[in-house]
Write a protein that binds this ligand. Structure first.
Ligand code: UDP
Length: 199
């Protein structure tokens, strides 16, 4: 919905090597348009899976973003799960352009292979797009609230709610201020219906 009026963000999504459907609305829209997708793929599920693989393969991780202390806590949780895991950097920082040079230097100096950026969409994606040319990591990925979940700051919805496609409702209950961004959802449904009507 942001990409509809933000051309920069739209181009970033188009140029990305991988865009994953992280919300139930996207699954519905894909099915409605006759191109169904098998399941949701969220940063919160993806980060622990990639970390497990990284521990096996020796890939080095850098965790950027979230509130101060949260990425450290998430790193501790992941290291406890995978003693061989190399987390070579953790930094909260902010997506403000003034901080970029110092953050890029820090990441490059760490020798990280994989960079997870938790600044929320679309800031995290714009941050990655702006800095990819000078970052020496092999992959960078926006992960939204993943560190908050891994650190246990915010609980995930119970599995039954996730399966029923109601994780958004659980998050709204925990973080009622998300109502403003969630108001995009009915507009998304209308946009998909209209798109299909005029195809
Ligand atoms: N965040 C941050 N700096 C900012 C804005 C956001 O570190 O200037 C972090 C915030 O603490 C949270 C994450 O970015 O950990 C965004 O989480 P959210 O749940 O909003 O992302 P979503 O998964 O919904 O895209």
């Amino acid at each position: 919905m942001i990409a509809r009026h933000d051309i920069n963000f739209r181009n970033i999504l188009k140029r990305a090597n991988l865009c994953v459907p992280d919300g139930v609305g996207l699954l519905w829209a894909a099915k409605y348009q006759g191109t169904p997708l098998p399941e949701r793929v969220t940063g919160s599920d993806g980060v622990p899976l990639i970390a497990a693989r990284a521990a096996e393969k020796g890939w080095r991780l850098f965790l950027l973003g979230a509130a101060p202390g949260v990425a450290e806590k998430a790193a501790d949780v992941l290291r406890a799960r995978h003693p061989a895991l190399q987390i070579v950097g953790v930094y909260s920082g902010s997506p403000a352009p003034e901080e970029e040079d110092a953050i890029v230097e820090r990441i490059n100096a760490s020798g990280a292979d994989i960079l997870f950026v938790a600044y929320g969409a679309p800031e995290q994606d714009k941050w990655i797009a702006r800095n990819t040319p000078r970052l020496r990591v092999k992959m960078a990925m926006g992960v939204g609230g993943a560190f908050d979940f891994i650190a246990g700051i915010i609980p995930r919805a119970p599995l039954w709610m996730q399966r029923l496609g109601l994780e958004w409702l659980f998050r709204l209950y925990l973080q009622p201020w998300r109502i403003r961004r969630m108001m995009r959802l009915p507009r998304f449904v209308i946009a998909v219906l209209l798109d299909n009507l005029f195809k």
